[in-house]
Design a protein around this ligand. Structure first.
Ligand code: NAP
Length: 433
């Protein structure tokens, strides 16, 4: 019986969990894990906050998977760039799409294209050294910044801007970003929610961290966290308790204030040459997302970071749901021999463990139907041939280990690594370029 040939496109958590599920579930299988970047691990490397190193430990599990004799990592191979969707379907019995959601959603308000407005995908990618965003050069030469959104990404961005360089010791914040953030003359960071504190999607542990910053005092209006507010989940209840605690914290003469602004929906980004402010409309206490009053107010800010979610990328030939910004699927099934997992399946929600459960469930359904469509697919050797014809330098896992070694060797004291942030630098570090 011929081995099953599977290909996972995307080496973030959902892709690795899918590969893990395939290895556990199908006895005789070969799995190629592709990534368009020369580096593996997706958001573990490029999204997870640089000062949350504990969250990145999951990469060790993924590293072990890459050393499994039936698994190959092939970095620097982009779907739609180096290999087509139809080609992958021709080569493999099963294609698992784990494309993530790398495109920032837009606010859809006037002024959004002014210099100084950044989506969180780009901004976080910049400070995390993602090659796509390495040269973003955000305008942080201003005293005040607005962060739009009340999720954990908004908290990450606020915290990374608010911490001192000493508080970032032990992180892998990239040098180019650390220098800009340290030099920014920030006095006010506004975290803006279009609904109330009970509707925020912060997780309590992340929110509580904002009360323990050295140079930054949180500011919460007591009226926003009144004791009679209904909270319909344990997390919302906990968030309200934390915010009430923050509302009572004395500012203690700290130079930077982190303002929580609730019930404020963005109406326009203001400015001529660059961002000078943001106009917000008051939304009612029980307002649904987007339901606003005609009472508006403005905040003077020099930059805006929108942390309002993401969409996946549309790849030629791939069924796409433009309304939801995901690959079109039913419970993860796209078409015979193709399934989708993670944020490209269900949109940008959930943490790393959420993706494990999701990928395992999708693979469980997919393997049930592999036998039905099984033909003599050539698998990885056909891909290798095609990549060689197209002069694509695929990065193997052994290559990645050399990059990893270089990044660790060049880390400043106390830091885990200094990331290489440009594709050319990453490829050069492999040593054969
Ligand atoms: P999120 O939790 O869905 O938060 C998105 C926020 O954007 C919501 O507050 C939403 O408000 C707001 N929003 C959307 N459209 C808006 C608009 N047009 N105007 C104003 N506000 C708007 O997403 P996220 O923060 O991007 O995080 C994505 C996922 O990654 C989440 O599951 C998160 O928990 C996870 N994550 C986890 C960690 C961690 O565990 N440390 C860190 C980062 C991210 P409404 O609620 O009103 O729609």
């Amino acid at each position: 019986m011929k081995a099953i040939e599977a290909c996972v496109v995307g080496s973030g958590p959902s892709g690795f969990f899918a590969a893990d599920a395939l290895l556990r579930r199908v006895p005789d299988i070969r799995v190629d894990i592709l990534d368009r970047l020369p580096t593996p691990y997706g958001l573990v490397r490029g999204g997870v906050a640089p000062d949350h190193q504990g969250t990145k430990n999951i990469a060790r599990q993924f590293e072990r998977l890459c050393q499994h004799p039936s698994v190959r990592f092939l970095g620097n191979v982009g779907l739609g760039r180096d290999v087509g969707y139809a080609e992958l379907k021709d080569f493999y019995d099963l294609v698992v799409l784990a494309l993530g959601a790398p495109v920032d959603r837009k606010l859809g308000v006037p002024g959004e294209n002014l210099p100084g407005v950044y989506g969180s995908g780009a901004f976080v990618g910049w400070y995390n050294g993602h090659p796509d965003h390495r040269d973003l050069a955000p305008l942080l030469d201003c005293p005040a910044v607005a962060i739009v959104g009340n999720g954990n990404v908004a908290i990450d961005v606020a915290r990374v801007l608010a911490k001192t360089p000493e508080e970032m010791a032990g992180s892998d914040l990239c040098r180019h970003a650390g220098e800009v953030i340290a030099a920014a003359p920030l006095t006010d960071i506004y975290v803006i929610g279009r609904r109330g504190p009970a509707q925020a999607s912060f997780t309590p542990a992340e929110l509580a961290e904002l009360g323990r910053l050295r140079r930054t005092a949180p500011k919460v209006a007591p009226r926003d966290v009144a004791t009679n507010l209904p909270a319909d989940s344990p997390a919302a209840k906990k968030n309200l308790e934390i915010l009430r605690g923050l509302a009572q914290q004395p500012p203690a003469g700290k130079p930077l204030t982190l303002h929580f602004i609730f019930h404020a929906a963005p109406q326009a980004i203001l400015g001529r040459e660059r961002v000078e402010g943001i106009r917000l409309a008051r939304s009612g206490v029980a307002a649904e997302a987007g339901a606003v009053t005609d009472k508006t107010f403005e905040l003077a800010v020099g930059a805006v970071v929108t942390c309002i979610g993401y969409r996946t990328v549309a790849v030629p030939g791939l069924p796409f749901d433009p309304a939801r910004g995901v690959v079109r699927n039913v419970d993860g099934q796209v078409e015979p021999g193709v399934c989708v997992v993670g944020w490209s399946k269900r949109g940008p929600s959930g943490t790393i463990p959420t993706n494990r459960a999701d990928s395992f469930a999708v693979i469980e359904r997919a393997v049930g139907s592999i036998g039905e469509s099984l033909t003599a697919k050539p698998g990885g050797r056909a891909l290798d041939l095609l990549l060689s014809e197209r002069s694509v330098r695929a990065v193997t896992f052994a290559d990645w280990l050399r990059i990893d070694e270089r990044e660790k060797a060049t880390a400043p004291p106390g830091r885990p690594r200094e990331k290489l942030t440009r594709t050319e630098e990453l490829l050069a570090a492999i040593g054969d370029q």
